[in-house]
Design a protein around this ligand. Sequence first.
Ligand code: HEM
Length: 296
Amino acid sequence: MAGYFNELNDNEKTERPSALVDETNKSDDMKKNLKFLNQKFDSIIKKRRQEIENSPLDKPLSNDMLTSVIIANTPRDINYDRNVNDRSMRSMRYLEIRGIIFDGIVAGTDTTANTISYIIYYLVHNPDIKKKMMDEIDKVFRDDKTRPITENDIHNLKYCEAIVKEVSRIFPVLNTFRRSLEKPEGLAGYQWPANTSIRVSIDAIHYNSEYWDEPEKFNPDRWMVENSFITFGGGLRICPGRKLAMIELVCLMVLIFRKYEIDLANKEAPLKTVSSVMTICTELLVEIRLRNKIFV
Ligand code: HEM
């Protein structure tokens, strides 16, 4: 971003927020890093495209995200319909593929990685809830600690899903998201001019007692009935990775807890985080043991 602003001429720069116009060398570093990343992505995408082209049409391909975007709207896509001649049905251009993979990695890695840390922290501090979750996992998987998780399993893991949602409500990894006013608006009792940048506070909404019973209480049961939150934003720009994130997190919980017993190394220690737009877990020391539950 800073690299982009450095390329603007002075007149253009004056129209931008000064925080984004770099006076140091940071934006040069950013440009260099971006170039490095793009080169890496380029070679990975090129290699995978080649592999796909070289494999016979009837040979099933793996279900990874890169393969899916490369083959979308091509004869290898199971939803491909050669009779539909619509612009929206064209296959993806190279830069679109790179953009999607880039966004997925940038927006989809730290968010889920930090959320699983908060899930572990809250479970260790709430043994009754953890027990209820273990009962659900054991009911679905019995004593099988290795079988792949199916779509049907995910539908049967409603309490695990409720835990992900409740942790995301009480300790959201992203604290705000942004909107810009297209025209003057009245908001919260004030008049705001067009182009005002608004930051929506996820925390403030998730702790508002007008909307939540006992908002300070960690209570996954509030998600066993229809409910909603703004962890993933809302409207047209809502997080496109939200379903993937939920599946990833529920699967991670199963993979960890059906096989291992997890404890915090120091249960009294406060959760170590740093916050800006995102709340990052800087350290979570855990003890891991193999579970040896015997099923009868
Ligand atoms: C716990 C996990 C995640 C959380 C809490 C989260 C949260 C959010 C939030 C709050 C936004 C802003 C939405 C808005 O402005 O209304 C967002 C945007 C976005 N997220 Fe996620 N996200 C998560 C995981 C993911 C994953 C796994 C991916 C992709 C693989 C992803 C891709 C994106 C992208 C591309 C945007 C920008 C969308 C746009 O600007 O139109 N996110 N996310």
